[in-house]
Each structure stands twice: as structure tokens, then as C-alpha cells.
Design a protein around this ligand. Structure first.
Ligand code: ATP
Ligand code: MG
Length: 554
């Protein structure tokens, strides 16, 4: 088959083997976020990987909120996470779950371990437990409570559930091996007392399961086959396997770890994004300078571009960091042929064509996308007064400057050739207006009898519409790196946001809707802001400029 030439990643190899050996069938994956923040580009990788595998193998994909820790979780995050995953296109059908719905089953599972002599209630304090655990080079010491009878453990655990003990007074621990070379296996705590209100179960519970105990149970209950997580859980896998084995699940799920996605010089960790939000350095979790999914969406990235990006990154066992330029490459590739290319002047200066009839408006036809005829053509109004970019005029041009300067002729894109005759300045010496004459014979701009070296874009001063445009740079000062080595603080780039209030756009753009994307010729790709745009008051975010130094390695 043609498609077979694409090499598979290591997870696909594991699944192929499992299917061939009849270990699992069908494949069933899940995405299990903790609802304690917004999702980011790294989570997108995990979502698309898990969903993609389910699709590839004709299996199922579950959405599960891992909400076993009541301290940091909020319903606000549950909603944002659902919206982000839907937008990315991962479909959990009717399988939306909450780990907190399994608290009853987790409790039963703990009782089962006690009955098997595989768990005990321990009265050591958190500090003592740490002390007893030993170190990487020394074995741990057994807790004096380790050999309590099954009956006593059952009774104490029930009392923990009934609220007889204060937070930290007692815990339930798995009875595994205090001498294990793997610290996670030295009788880990699996249940703790915490008198806290849970965002879904309220005050029903005052004991909560620990992640390493809860997660394998959640997977097993849902019939997950391949439980894919990131590398930091590799050392926890023996405990995962121990839990599903001791609880005697008929088809124990398999944990597989892959490397997290990191972007060079970009803040990805939930913890750090939260800090930027809380300190008011950015405008919320969806500030277009962030790489949360909501922010990428608001900035103008498409689900297709994010999918292409994570596919290019691949799946690996080795941590590495990818350049943000690769993400920019993906959005350019996605929008290049799909979206119209229009003219927008971001830093306008007036241009008057003195030999053009006053009050006249003519419509010039132009292709919407030179590289894709299917996008059709449009009519652009032209007249005596236009706006051009301030940087497209120079009073005293340096060598190789081919745009407008006194005496020079340029092409106004899709329109006419114009020659600069004079210009006006204000009392501060700032150029306020440029005067030109046009040559009617050059209509359409494809005139071949005379060559001009510069082509500039423009917008009719009378017909154009106004908009705000926001330009972005990395929120991180790239020279210094993300974190300050001395105190761990972030190095912030003070120029990460530029707001341009007086931009002028082709009137065609008046009907643009939030999240519509366009190329503005010479200026980049832009997206209508989905938060601050109102009817008649458009705000555009620059997604990315047109040029890149990034080259895809083939
Ligand atoms: P963060 O470290 O950014 O706060 P997290 O791992 O605490 O993220 P969870 O909600 O626990 O966030 O993660 C849900 C899933 O997303 C987990 O399976 C986790 O392994 C995966 N994930 C988190 N960050 C990344 C990343 N950078 N790359 C790939 N997968 C990730
Ligand atoms: Mg986490």
C-alpha cells in the first residue's frame, strides 16, 4: 500500500504488536486533563495523539477530567477545556467522564487491597513518612503500623471516610516494598484525609485518592487499552502495573510514556501561564501572545495548522524543544492557498494623485489569491486620495530603495503607475502627505512598456474602512531566555504587543467576522479578534508575518 511508506511511531508499533498478539481489541485511548488551568499546545499534542490513534485503529477515545484533587480545580476550566478540545476536532462522542464519578469504586478498590493484606492505615506524619522512605542509595524503613491486622485496617479506613480524623492524621498506604530501588514502590500513600469541598462531589468525601492509585483505576473502569502519558510518569509505571494487577482487572490497561512537547523560549507550563495571567502581564488565559489553545485560536491559528505542527514534531521518548518558527510555518502553509489576500495599510500616510479627477471612484478588479484562482476576484475602489504605508515613502532614499521618493515611479498594486512629484511636512518635519501623478495607460498595473522596480499596496482614503491591528512578539525576551537563572523569574519582553489604531483596510473587509483570517499583502496573516471586535469596530491580530527563516527538513 502507498501509505505504508510513512514510518510508524513507537506507540503505533506497540499497538500493532498488541493487536497482533490479541492482547487488546479494539484500541481505546483517553485524554485525562486536570481541570486546573487552560490547555496549551503541549496538551494539543496529547489530545491529537490519543484521538488520532483511536481513529487510526478504528477504536474509541474518551474525554476524562482527572478531578481527584479538590484544591485547585474549577468548573471554569472544565468548560474551557471542553471547548478547546472540540475546536481541535477531537470527538469523544458520548464518552465524557469525571474521575470523581468513580470515588465510590476507588474506595471499594482500596477496601479490596486491605482485605488482600496489600494496604494499611498508617499514623506517621508526612515528615515521618518522608524520613522513613529512605533515599535513592538507602532502603526505606518499615512503618510501625505496617503490620496492623486486616480488621483493624478496615475499621480505621472506614473511620477515615467517616471524618473521624483530621487532615494528615492518618493515610492509607499500599504495602509493597520499602527496599525497592524504585522510590514510588516504597509503600506509597494511596488515600489521604482532606476535609475539602470538591467542585462536583461537594462534601460527600473527606478522603481523596492519590493520583498514582486513582489513575490506573480510572483507566481500567473505562476499558482503556493504551494509557498514554508523558515521560515524568515512567518511574510510576511499576506502581500503575501493581495497582491494576492487585485489583485483578480482567484486561489491565498499559501505560506508555512519550516526551512532552516544549517550544524554545516559549512559556508552556500551566503554572507559568497562570503567573502571567495573575500578575496582569497578559490579558487573560487567551491573550494572543500565549500558547494556550484558547490563545492560539484567538491569535488566528487553525486546528489544521496545530495538527500539522504536532505531526511534524513526531512522537518520541527523548525530551527536546521545538522552534516556534515551525508553528508559524504550519499556519502559513495552511492559509496560503485557502484565504484571500487583500490590501491593508497599517501605518497610513496620505497620497494624493493630483491629475486624477476629484470625487471620482473607479473599481479595479484583482484576483483574491494569485496562487488559487478558485478564490475568484474582487473589485477594489480607487480614487484621487489613497493611503499607503509610511515606510513606503522616503524623502532621501538610501541605495536600493525602490519604493516612493521624489521623482520616482512605482506601481500601485492592481492599479496604476504613479510618480512622486512633491510632499508636505508639518512643523516638526514629519511628512504628512505625498503628491503624485498617475499614468492612465498603466491601468491594472500590468503595463509592460515601462519598467518600475517597486510595487506598493494602498487603500482608498474615501472608501477604505478603519480597524485596529495588534502586532505581537514573543512575550519572552529571547536574548535572555524564558527564566532568569538567579531567581527563577520570567524575562519579559516589553515590546511584545504593539497596538495600531488607525489602520485602513479595503472595504471588502467590512463584513469580516470574528476568527476570519486573511492575508494582508506584504504585512502577514491576520485574524479578526474573537473577544474585542464589535460590529463596525474590527480588531485584527497578526498571526504571523509573511517571511520566515524556517525551512522544513525533508
Ligand atoms: P503542565 O505541566 O503544563 O501544567 P500537566 O501535565 O500538569 O501540564 P494535565 O492536565 O495533568 O497537565 O495533563 C493532561 C495530559 O496532557 C497528560 O496526559 C499530560 O501528560 C499531557 N501533557 C501535558 N503537558 C504536555 C506537553 N507539554 N506535551 C505533551 N503532553 C502534555
Ligand atoms: Mg498535572
Amino acid at each position: 500500500m502507498e501509505n505504508e511508506t510513512v514510518s510508524k511511531n513507537f506507540i503505533e508499533n506497540i499497538i500493532d504488536k498488541d493487536l497482533a498478539e490479541g492482547v487488546y481489541d479494539p484500541v481505546h485511548t483517553r485524554f485525562p486533563p486536570e481541570p486546573n488551568g487552560y490547555l496549551h499546545i503541549g496538551h494539543a499534542k496529547s489530545i491529537l495523539l490519543n484521538y488520532g490513534l483511536a481513529q487510526e485503529y478504528n477504536g474509541k477515545f474518551n474525554m476524562r477530567f482527572d478531578d481527584t484533587n479538590p484544591t485547585k480545580e474549577k468548573s471554569e476550566f472544565v468548560e474551557s477545556i471542553k471547548a478547546d478540545i472540540k475546536w481541535l476536532g477531537a470527538d469523544w462522542e458520548d464518552r465524557l467522564f469525571f474521575a470523581s464519578d468513580y470515588f465510590g469504586q476507588m474506595y471499594e478498590a482500596a477496601v479490596k487491597l486491605i482485605q488482600k493484606g496489600k494496604a494499611y492505615v498508617c499514623d506517621l506524619t508526612a515528615d515521618q513518612i518522608r524520613e522513613y522512605r529512605g533515599t535513592l542509595t538507602e532502603p526505606g524503613k518499615e512503618s510501625p503500623y505496617r503490620n496492623r491486622s486486616v480488621e483493624e485496617n478496615l475499621q480505621l479506613f472506614e473511620e477515615m471516610k467517616e471524618g473521624k480524623y483530621a487532615d494528615g492524621e492518618k493515610v492509607l498506604r499500599a504495602k509493597i516494598d520499602m527496599a525497592s530501588p524504585n522510590m514510588n514502590m516504597r509503600d506509597p500513600v494511596i488515600y489521604r484525609v482532606a476535609h475539602m469541598t470538591h467542585h462536583r462531589t461537594g462534601d460527600t468525601w473527606c478522603i481523596y485518592p492519590m493520583y498514582d492509585f486513582a489513575h490506573p483505576i480510572e483507566d481500567a473502569i473505562e476499558g482503556i487499552t493504551h494509557s498514554i502519558c508523558t515521560l515524568e510518569f515512567e518511574d510510576h509505571r511499576p506502581l500503575y502495573d501493581w495497582v491494576v494487577k492487585e485489583l485483578e482487572y480482567p484486561q489491565p490497561p498499559k501505560q506508555i510514556e512519550f516526551a512532552k512537547l516544549y517550544l524554545t523560549n516559549v512559556v508552556t507550563g500551566k503554572r507559568y501561564i497562570k503567573k502571567l495571567v495573575e500578575e496582569g502581564i497578559v490579558d487573560g488565559w487567551d491573550d494572543p501572545r500565549l500558547v494556550s489553545i484558547a490563545a492560539l485560536r484567538r491569535r488566528g491559528f487553525t486546528p489544521e495548522s496545530i495538527k500539522m505542527f504536532v505531526e511534524l514534531c513526531g512522537v518520541s521518548k527523548a525530551n527536546s524543544s521545538v522552534d516556534y518558527a515551525m508553528l508559524e510555518y504550519c499556519i502559513r502553509e495552511d492559509l496560503k492557498l485557502k484565504r484571500p489576500r487583500l490590501m491593508a495599510v497599517l501605518d497610513p500616510i496620505k497620497l494624493v494623485i493630483d491629475n486624477y479627477p476629484e470625487g471620482e471612484v473607479e473599481y479595479l478588479e484583482a484576483p483574491n489569491n494569485m496562487e488559487n484562482e478558485k478564490l475568484g476576484t474582487r473589485k477594489i475602489p480607487f480614487g484621487r486620495e489613497l493611503y499607503i504605508e509610511r515606510e513606503d515613502f522616503m524623502e532621501e532614499p538610501p541605495k536600493k530603495y525602490f519604493r516612493l521618493f521624489p521623482g520616482n515611479e512605482v506601481r500601485l498594486m492592481n492599479a496604476y503607475f504613479v510618480t512622486c512629484t512633491s510632499f508636505e511636512k508639518d512643523e516638526n518635519g514629519k511628512v504628512t502627505c505625498i503628491h503624485c501623478t498617475y499614468d492612465p495607460a498603466t491601468r491594472g498595473g500590468n503595463f509592460t512598456e515601462r519598467k518600475v522596480k517597486g510595487t506598493i499596496h494602498w487603500v482608498s482614503a474615501t472608501e477604505g474602512i478603519n480597524a485596529e491591528v495588534r502586532l505581537y512578539e514573543n512575550i519572552v525576551d529571547e536574548e535572555k531566555g524564558v527564566y532568569n537563572e538567579e531567581d527563577g523569574s520570567m524575562n519579559i519582553n516589553p515590546h511584545s504587543l504593539t497596538v495600531l489604531k488607525n489602520c485602513v483596510l479595503e472595504p471588502e473587509l467590512a463584513n469580516a467576522k470574528p476568527e476570519d483570517r486573511f492575508q494582508f499583502v506584504r504585512n502577514g496573516y491576520f485574524c479578526v479578534d474573537n473577544k474585542d471586535s464589535k460590529d463596525g469596530e474590527l480588531v485584527f491580530n497578526r498571526i504571523v508575518s509573511l517571511k520566515s527563516s524556517f525551512k522544513l527538513q525533508k
